[in-house]
Write a protein that binds this ligand. Sequence first.
Ligand code: HEM
Length: 392
Amino acid sequence: MASGMDELFEEFGRIGSMGPPEPHALFRKMRESGPVVPSPVGDGSVIALGFDAVSEVFRDARSYSSAGYAKVVGAIFGHSILEMDPPEHTRYRALVQQAFSRRALESWRDRLVIPYAQSLIDDFAPRGRADLTREFAFPFPLAIIAGMLDVPEADHGRYMRWAVEILSGQMTASVAMNAARSLGDYFAPRIENARGRKGDDLITLLANAELDGSRLATEEILPFVRLLSPAAFETTARAFSNLMCGLLSHPEQVEAVARDRRLIPQAVQEGLRWEPPLVAFARTATRETELCGVPVKAGASVVVVVGAANRDPARWENPDAFDIHRPVRSHIAFAQGAHTCLGMHLATLELETALATLLERLPDLRRDPEAPPPRITGGSFRTALSLPVVFG
Ligand code: HEM
C-alpha cells in the first residue's frame, strides 16, 4: 500500500475506536431487563435490543422517523436519503435505486469486484504473509466505489482521502466539512457533464435517472454521493475483517469452506450476523406508542441496536458463537423496511467474491501463529483492525 494509504488506514482505525470497547457484554447485561429498555440517560429515550423490537422499529417508518439524522449527519452530508421519511423517501429511493439494478451489479462484478480482488492479492501473495485488514479489507471496497463513481485512477488517492475524512465528524468537524465540500466541488461538474449522456457509471446513472418525467437536481445528488462514499466502503471493509476474524479463529470452518465453496454465502451471512460493522441506529418516535410493551413518548429517541438483535438468544442458539453451520435465519445487519441498505446486494457480492478469491489464491490460509490473536474492537463501528495471516 502507498504511504498515503497507511495514513488513511490509521484514521479509519481511529474512527472505529469510539464507544465501549466490548459492547456485547453490555448488551447482554441490558437485555436481562427485557428486549426494550429505558435509556440510562433518563431523558425518555429507549433502547431496542431484541430482534423483534429492532425489526418493528425499522419496518414502521411512519411511527419511527429518520429525520433526526439531519442534525448530525445532515449537517455534513447535506439532506441525504438517510434522513428522509416517506413520502419524500419513497420517491427519492425509487430514483436512486435505478443505479443499483441487477444488470449494473453484474457488470460491476466483472469490471471492478473480481479484478480489484485479484490485483490486491497480487501485491502480497509472493510474500506468503499479509495483514488482511490493512492490505485487503480496507482498500478493496474503497477502490470499487471509486470505480463505480467513475473516478479515474489518477484521482483515487484524493477521493479516498475525502471518503475516509468525511467520517471524522465525530472527532474533527472541520476535517469532515472540508471533505464534504471537496466531494461536492469534485462531483458537481461531473454530474452536469453526464446529463443526457449514456454510460453505466453511478454518476451518469444518477444524473439521468427519471421518475414521472422528473430528474434529480445536482444539489439533490451530491448528498447521496457524499453518503455513498463512506457507506459503501467502510461498512464492507469492517464486515470483511470481522468475517475473516471469525473464520480464521475456527480453522475447521475455514477448511470446510475451502473444501466446499457452496458454504461461502452462509459463511458471509454468519459473519454479518455475528459482528455487524455498524452496531446501532437512531430513530425518533413521531407519536405516542408502545414497543414490546414499553411505552414510548412522542418525540422520544429510539436507539435500535442491530449488534444486540443479531445475537438475540430467542432467535439463535448460542448466539455469541461464530458458526457457519448454524441453521440459517435472516439477520438484521442491513436493517429492514423502507431504509433497508441500498447496497446490500453489492456488499454481499463483494464479501463473497473476496472470500472466494482469497481461498482460491492463498492455499492453507491461516492466522499468523507468531502474532497475537486478532480482536474485534469498537463500540459503534466494529472492526478487526489487525489480521496477520500466513499461507502457502
Ligand atoms: C456490509 C456492508 C453494509 C452494511 C452492514 C450496511 C448497513 C446498512 C444499514 C443498517 C442501513 C440502514 C441505516 C438506517 O436506516 O439508519 C444502510 C443504509 C444504506 N446503505 Fe448500507 N450497508 C453496507 C454496505 C453498503 C454499500 C456497499 C452501499 C453502497 C453501494 C450502501 C449504501 C447504503 C445507502 C445508500 C443507505 C441508505 C438507504 C436509505 O436510507 O434508504 N451500503 N446500510
